[in-house]
Design a protein around this ligand. Structure first.
Ligand SMILES: O=c1[nH]c(=O)n([C@H]2C[C@H](O)[C@@H](COP(=O)(O)O)O2)cc1CO
Length: 134
């Protein structure tokens, strides 16, 4: 199974360590195409167009998209929209921080499976339940 993991980069990298742990967990279910999202080092050798085209190709190739949407990111929202058009199964994970929840455009979308979680163990449980059937 090919997994496209989506998480904020230019939207803010405060959750990068959490993404790295989720990516590590996801590796037991298949190949994670986007391991770089769990690293704070940004590749400066690629142009924006190269990043965009590579990532859209990976979304196309993927069997499932997992998006951590707590940190608002234009790129993550865009990838989710493209993945919906491609009819991919999409799981969105988010935490509520200081009473602030994620966008209604994500939580209110019936084509997404959205799950709120409070800590990494809960996120792993959600992934286990959701991915064992895929
Ligand atoms: O350098 C990058 N590499 C990359 O793969 N992305 C993709 C993957 C992430 O899921 C998403 C993050 O978008 P943003 O940078 O707008 O937060 O976009 C985004 C950037 C920078 O925008």
């Amino acid at each position: 199974m090919k997994i496209y993991f989506s998480g904020s980069i230019r939207g803010g990298q405060q959750d990068t360590d959490l993404y790295a742990e989720l990516i590590q967990e996801l590796k037991q279910y298949g190949t994670v195409l986007t391991e770089h999202i769990g690293s704070k080092t940004i590749d400066t050798t690629m142009t924006d167009q190269e990043i965009h085209d590579r990532d859209v190709m990976w979304v196309k190739e993927s069997d499932v998209v997992i998006a951590e949407v707590t940190v608002p990111s234009l790129g993550v929202g865009y990838e989710i929209g493209r993945a919906i058009d491609m009819k991919k199964p999409i799981i969105c994970l988010y935490r509520t921080i200081n009473g602030k929840s994620t966008s209604a455009m994500i939580r209110g979308c019936s084509e997404l499976q959205c799950f709120e979680y409070s800590n990494i163990s809960k996120a792993k449980e959600i992934l286990k339940t959701q991915l064992k059937t895929k």
